[in-house]
Write a protein that binds this ligand. Structure first.
Ligand code: HXC
Length: 518
């Protein structure tokens, strides 16, 4: 006689119990000793208690090569499924380093394909937790095929559902391209790294000695390459921050923004902004304080905190609804535009536009940085991304000019003619082709050179230039600035504008897609 129903149920429970043991006690202990949580512990922390539904637990590799035929790899080294994160549905894949090093073979990849396809069909965010030795070496080309299928899905889902990568262990070789193709990359200090070729290969090929951490650790990618958006202290902190990011994002490009009850006041003035601007134009102030003043409860959530600090990008909430902020920060290199700050802002603008998050810009920019280093690095090409991103964005775009808006910086920072819906300026705004002294050095070169006292002459001419341009009023008479406002009114004005433009819908020319200068 076959098994009874009760025995069959017992058998299922026994099978499941065995499969969730991952790589076994010793490997789990090794994972913990390295300061890392296991794949399942990470899933437990990401999802609301009891909400996670695991998919394809029984999937097994089918390779017999190089001893794999005898090797059991529980769940084929990756936990996939969906559940609720603070009540909202999210799909996830979490690689299990304790099972064959989380290496990615054919069936491991197909589990990830499946859960990504489910996320797209369900129109919900996808979170990938990466902790893997890379392509499963014994499986060869089928592993590479697996990666290609993930990269393809990352690309196709881009702009449709939010995709987040939490890199919480090794990610080497071509495997780095999945995080790079997603919208947001988190890394954990000291336990995660990403590189195309590791320290040994670097040493062999170019005789350079570098540690894992220096080459591809969290801070290397957060401060130097810009690959990493968020740095976490440990796994717990990483998951908590992933959840915080998700709270700002809609489920998909077709979903409403996640609005939370606002505990700040719509009537709140920001008197601190009346005194934040230094009297001298060459003194700096912290633009993050301006953003915080305007935001609900003074809270901002900042990607790319350590990279291209002359530009700030941040998520805030205004009356409970997410807003993306782009702002020059005069505290770093006078807030000048360059290759990295242009890339940083352009990518953020495109993310916000893709997911219908309104854009609030704060402008204080002396222009693009001059010199061979930047010209030869393609600042023209990178600056063009910023112009392109602002121009193509159809979400609500509000610009507040706090101080300088000079030259190409004027154009690139959400100017009226690249589509700003409304431009406001503080009384400290200076909207001009360039600074007064520089301008006079060009247009009055002969007069200054021929004067008995060139410096005094330059100062006199510069004062006249300043009188004309270094204020918001000339631009306001032309309607290039819609309103000159008191700094303390900024939050109230922004609230009113966002409410007024809530139903903004703009369409662009029908075509296959734009060709942004990459
Ligand atoms: C198969 C792997 C593996 C891999 C690790 N393991 N990586 N098995 N394929 N890629 C296995 C190990 O054999 C070991 O199995 C277990 O996972 C744990 O690995 P350890 O080496 O003991 O861990 P640790 O000392 O922490 O070192 C971690 C590591 C190392 C630095 C990541 O495992 C490593 O160097 N792995 C190979 C990395 C690599 O070269 N990957 C291929 C890259 S090419 P046992 O049975 O002993 O427990 C690539 C191309 C992708 O990924 C291209 C996409 C386009």
């Amino acid at each position: 006689m076959g098994k009874t129903t009760s025995e069959k149920i017992g058998d299922l429970i026994e099978r499941k119990t065995r499969l969730v043991t991952m790589g076994g006690e010793k490997m789990v202990q090794k994972q913990h000793e390295q300061g890392k949580l296991t794949a399942r512990e990470r899933i437990d922390r990401l999802f609301d208690p009891g909400s996670f539904q695991e998919t394809q637990l029984f999937v097994k590799h089918r390779s017999t090569l190089f001893g794999l035929g005898e090797k059991e790899i529980n769940a084929d080294g990756v936990v996939t499924g969906f559940g609720r994160v603070n009540g909202r549905v999210v799909f996830a894949a979490s690689q299990d380093f304790t099972s064959a090093g989380g290496s990615l073979g054919e069936m491991h990849a197909q589990k990830i394909w499946k859960v990504m396809d489910m996320a797209v069909d369900a129109r919900k965010p996808f979170v990938a937790i990466n902790d893997s030795g890379g392509a499963r070496i014994q499986e060869g080309i089928t592993a590479l095929q697996g990666y290609s299928g993930i990269f393809y899905r990352n690309s196709i889902a881009s702009g449709y559902i939010p995709q987040i990568s939490a890199v919480m262990g090794p990610t080497a070789g071509g495997a780095v391209y999945s995080p790079a193709l997603t919208d947001w990359v988190f890394m954990v200090k000291n336990t995660s790294y990403m590189y195309l070729t590791g320290p040994d290969v670097v040493k062999a090929v170019i005789a350079e000695e570098v540690s894992h951490e220096d080459l591809g650790g969290a801070m290397a990618h957060a401060a130097k390459s810009g690959v990493c958006h968020f740095v976490a202290e440990n796994d717990e902190n990483c998951i908590a921050r992933v959840k915080n990011l998700l709270s700002y994002l809609p489920d998909s490009c077709h979903s409403p923004l996640p609005v939370i009850p606002c505990t700040d006041s719509a009537e709140r003035e920001c008197p601190e902004l009346d005194t934040i601007m230094p009297d001298k134009a060459n003194r700096s102030y912290d633009m993050k304080k301006v953003i915080a003043s305007v935001a609900d409860n003074n809270e901002l959530f900042e990607p790319h905190e350590f990279w291209a600090k002359n530009m700030v990008v941040a998520f805030i909430r205004i009356m409970g609804s997410p807003v993306g902020v782009i702002a020059n920060n005069p505290r770093f290199f006078a807030g000048v535009l360059d290759v990295n700050s242009s890339d940083k802002a352009a990518r953020f603008i495109r993310f916000c536009d893709a997911f219908n998050i309104p854009i609030l810009t704060f402008t204080d920019v002396p222009g693009f940085i001059p010199g061979t280093q930047q010209e030869w690095s393609g600042v023209i090409r990178h600056g063009a991304k910023l112009l392109h991103a602002y121009s193509e964005a159809t979400v609500t775009k509000i610009n507040v000019v706090t101080r300088k808006s000079y030259g190409g910086g004027y154009n690139a920072m959400c100017s009226k003619a690249v589509g700003a819906d409304y431009v406001m300026a503080w009384p400290s705004a200076e909207i001009a082709v360039m600074g007064a002294e520089g301008a006079c050095n060009i247009i009055y070169r002969r007069e200054i050179a021929g004067a008995a006292e060139p410096a005094a002459k330059r100062a006199e001419l510069a004062a006249a230039y300043e009188e004309q341009f270094n204020n918001p009023y000339f631009a306001a008479t032309l309607g290039i600035v819609d309103e000159v406002i008191l700094p303390r009114e900024t939050r109230k004005k922004v609230i009113a504008l966002l409410a007024a433009f809530k139903d903004k819908r703009q369409t662009r020319l029908v075509k296959k897609h734009n060709n942004i200068p990459l």
